[in-house]
Each structure stands twice: as C-alpha cells, then as structure tokens.
Design a protein around this ligand. Structure first.
Ligand code: FAD
Length: 434
C-alpha cells in the first residue's frame, strides 16, 4: 500500500518543518502498537504512556504524524451537529447521547491544551448553522426546539443580522449556538506529537501493510521490518476498512477544502471587518465556510466516494474551482483568484452515524468514525480506548458505550451504489448552498 497525499494544506504549511522523523526498518517486540498518528492514535499513545511508564509503546503512521485528516479539517470543535434525524423522543434521547460525547470531547481537548499550554488559536465563538433558503427556517426552528429541550444556548438570526456578523448577505436564516470552538487543527495535532512521552517510539512514513494474530502475539508487517506486539490499537479512521477492521460497518469518504490568502485591509473593509466566524450548512452537502483569525476564508464543499489514497492534481483543481465559485457567490466584491491552497482528506462514516469504539478481539482494539466531530471525539476516544485496552473502566467509557453500535453495511457493489446515489441526491438538495 502506498499512501500519497497532496502537501498543499494550509494548516500544515503554516507549521515549522519537523526534522526528527524516524522510518521503521527493523524487527522489534513491543508491549503496545498503535497504528495511526492522528488525534486518536496520539491521544491513545499519550494515555498509555501515563498508565504504563515502563512499557514499550510504538506508534506508526503511513504519512508524517498528524498530517492525515487531523491537520486537514476545518477546525470546528463541535458541541452540537444538525444533520441527524431527531424528532421522536427516542431520537431525542439518541441525540442527547451524541451531544454528551461531544461535551466529553470538548473537555478532553480543553484539558489537553490547558495541561500542556497549547496555543492552537482557540476561540470559543460558537458556530452558525446557516442557509440561503428561507424555507430552511422550518428545519432550524425544529432544531431550535431540540436544543432548547437539551439546554443548549442558541438563537435564530435572519439576513440583516447575519450580514453584519459574517460580512456576506448570502445567508437568509441561521441558528447560532453559543457552544463550540474554532481552532487551528494543525497546531493542535502538532502539540500532541511534541508532547509524546519518552517511552513512546514514533515511526513515520511507515505504513502497516498487513497483520495477523498468532496465539498471544500480533505480527505486524512493514515494507522493511516487523513488529511483534502483545496489544494493538487501530486508530486509522478512514483507512480502517483497508486493514480489515470492522469492514462491514464503516466506509471512507474523501473531502476537499480550499483556503484563501489573508484578505488585504481594503478587501477586509469591503466585507465589513467581521470577527472570526464559522458556518456549517443546514443541508448536509452544503458548504462549510469559515473566516479565520488571520482573515483567510476556508471553504469545504465536496464529499465523495473516491480512491482514499490519492487525489490527482487535476481532480483537486476541479474541486478548487467549485470552491472558488462558492467563495465568489458569498463575497462577490472579492477578487477571483485568492485561493492559496487546496487539499483533500479522508474521513470515515458508518451507516447510522455511530462511532466505532471497540475491543474487536483479545488484545485488539479500534476507535474511529467521527464524521465531522473527530477533533473532540477522536481525542476523547484515543484516551479512552487506551484505558479500555488497559482493562480499566471510566464514566466516559460508559457514556461512549451507551450509544447504539454502528449498523451493518451491504456488500460491494451495492454499498458504493447506495452511497453515491445518496451523495448525488444530497448535493442536488443543497445545490444553492455549495
Ligand atoms: C476536509 C475535512 C474537514 C473536516 N472538518 C472537521 C471539523 O471541522 N471538525 C471536526 O471535528 N472534524 C472534522 N473533520 C474530521 C476529522 O478531521 C477527523 O475525524 C479526525 O481527524 C480523525 O482523527 P483520527 O486520528 O482518527 O484519524 P486521522 O487524522 O485520519 O489519522 C489516521 C492516521 O492513520 C494513518 N494510516 C492510515 N493507514 C495506515 C496504515 N496502514 N499504517 C499506518 N498508518 C496508517 C494515516 O496516515 C493517518 O495519519 C474533517 C475532515 C476533513 C478531511
């Protein structure tokens, strides 16, 4: 397997180069192996090292650590999300369980940045669920009822107020939630790499090719070496299926995003000098769009079934054009060619939006499938799967496990046909807001 990704992501380019990279090319025995060094894997490694300061812990990544989805996302640490069914009482109960997990996720990240004094451009400014379509007010009012029942502070806004706050008159209705944080995802995951304890060995550009269990030992094969480990944690999110983990319960989706250069003073004044903000779409396939602290505009408006290992330059350019149009629709006064970087990233989905948090066999554990909430939930699940693998229990684990398990998915080719049809339908429904 050869994981290749474009290296044009602004959040990554914004960081200093690292020069302490080790590639795995030996034969080693280990107490623990963690596969995947994003928020989930790094948090699992940090926690395991605290629990077992004298045990050997190895973490491997196919790319450079943190440079998968954990550096490529839009940076919304969410307290609530909109696009799940939640009308009956039973669904309200499910929704509450989901937001309980989000809450734990926010607190885990908060604790991490407080403990290690991390600067990741943390801004507790809440977020908007917005639409250009007046008729979407109905959806937002029903969402508002749900949030009221669960005690989330929020308010509904219309065009005039939104224009002042966002610097665009594109949106006609929105719901602003007070909870939720905007941050720099690259800075957050870089901090998780920087603070890895001494008994954690990190190997990068070292994809795990295959693995098998032989009695109490798990044999893991790399291009130039092998690790024999007692316990293993799979933290590879969008790539779980590729290593045969819960294959019938998750599938990868590829997203693309673009970021502009910082707006000039004149450009910024022309849109009313708004404070930093983040908008999530009311219809699932609409654009996520964000004004950053340094006056850049970020837009993500694609989600598709695509080869998760590679997006060609040409394919990325096509998506970048759609993102340029998305920005122009919202900010017609800005110049046409202000996008500075475009990138793709891979996430993992389940059929019923539940996450994977499981012991899948003796000494084998997996966590992933967070859809658009992996910053908080990934950090939480990483720490908690390490605790679960240590055969301890916590209130957090009880909360996580009280949610429904992911449901079974049909086999190929029916799965891809089903996903593609759904994505096309949702894209048509959200056409005006892409
Ligand atoms: C464009 C985009 C926007 C998003 N926006 C948001 C957002 O605003 N808020 C939010 O909360 N979430 C968002 N997400 C989702 C979020 O980024 C993910 O849920 C989160 O990063 C998952 O973290 P992780 O550590 O589980 O997985 P990842 O960060 O994907 O890490 C998994 C790692 O496993 C490695 N790997 C894969 N296969 C192998 C192998 N065989 N051997 C070794 N290593 C392997 C990969 O290289 C990767 O580094 C977004 C994602 C994308 C792509």
């Amino acid at each position: 397997m050869n994981i290749i990704n474009d290296n044009n992501c602004h959040w990554i380019n914004d960081l200093n180069f690292r020069n302490n990279i080790n590639i795995f090319n030996s034969t080693e025995d280990s107490d623990w192996l963690i596969v995947g060094a994003g928020y989930t894997g790094l948090s699992a490694a940090r926690k395991l090292a605290q629990i077992y300061p004298n045990q050997k812990i190895i973490i491997v990544d196919a790319l450079l650590a943190g440079e998968g989805a954990s550096s490529r996302n839009s940076g919304y640490l969410v307290d609530t999300t909109l696009n799940d069914g939640f009308t009956s009482n039973k669904e309200l109960d499910n929704y509450k369980k989901k937001t309980d997990i989000y809450d734990l996720g926010i607190n885990t990240v908060k604790k991490f940045i407080y403990e290690y004094q991390v600067d990741c451009d943390w801004n507790e400014c809440g977020k908007y669920f917005a639409s250009s379509k007046i008729e979407d007010e109905k959806i937002l009012k029903s969402f508002s009822d749900t949030l009221t029942k669960l005690g989330f502070e929020h308010n509904l806004l219309s065009n005039n107020e939104l224009s002042k706050r966002l610097g665009t008159s594109f949106y006609n209705v929105a719901l602003h939630t007070k909870g939720g944080v905007l941050l720099h995802p690259g800075k957050l995951v870089r901090a998780m790499i920087d603070v890895l304890p001494k008994n954690v060995n990190l190997y990068e550009n070292s994809p795990l090719l295959n693995w098998n269990k032989n009695g109490d030992v798990i044999n893991c094969n790399f291009k130039n070496g092998q690790i024999k480990t007692k316990k293993i944690i799979f933290a590879i999110n969008g790539f779980l299926k590729s290593l045969g983990i819960k294959s019938n319960y998750n599938f990868p989706i590829t997203l693309t995003a673009s970021m502009t250069r910082p707006l000039t003073n004149d450009e910024f004044m022309s849109i009313g000098q708004p404070k930093e903000w983040g908008v999530l779409p009311v219809r699932p396939m609409g654009a996520t769009i964000r004004m950053t602290k340094d006056r850049r505009i970020l837009i993500r408006n694609t989600a598709e079934v695509h080869n998760p290992y590679k997006m060609s330059k040409l394919n990325l350019e096509k998506r970048s054009i759609s993102q340029r149009i998305g920005i122009k629709k919202r900010f017609p006064q800005l110049p046409d060619h202000i996008i500075q970087s475009s990138w793709s990233g891979v996430v993992s989905r389940t059929r019923n939006s539940s996450q994977i948090f499981e012991k899948i066999d003796n000494n084998i554990f997996a966590a992933g499938c967070y859809n658009g909430s992996g910053i908080g939930v990934g950090t939480l699940f990483g720490e908690q799967i390490a605790i679960k693998a240590s055969e301890e229990n916590t209130k957090e684990i009880e909360t996580i496990e009280s949610r429904n398990k992911p449901t079974w998915l049909p086999p190929q080719p029916f799965l891809n046909i089903g996903i593609k049809t759904r994505l096309i339908y949702e894209r048509l429904r959200a056409k005006s807001d892409i």
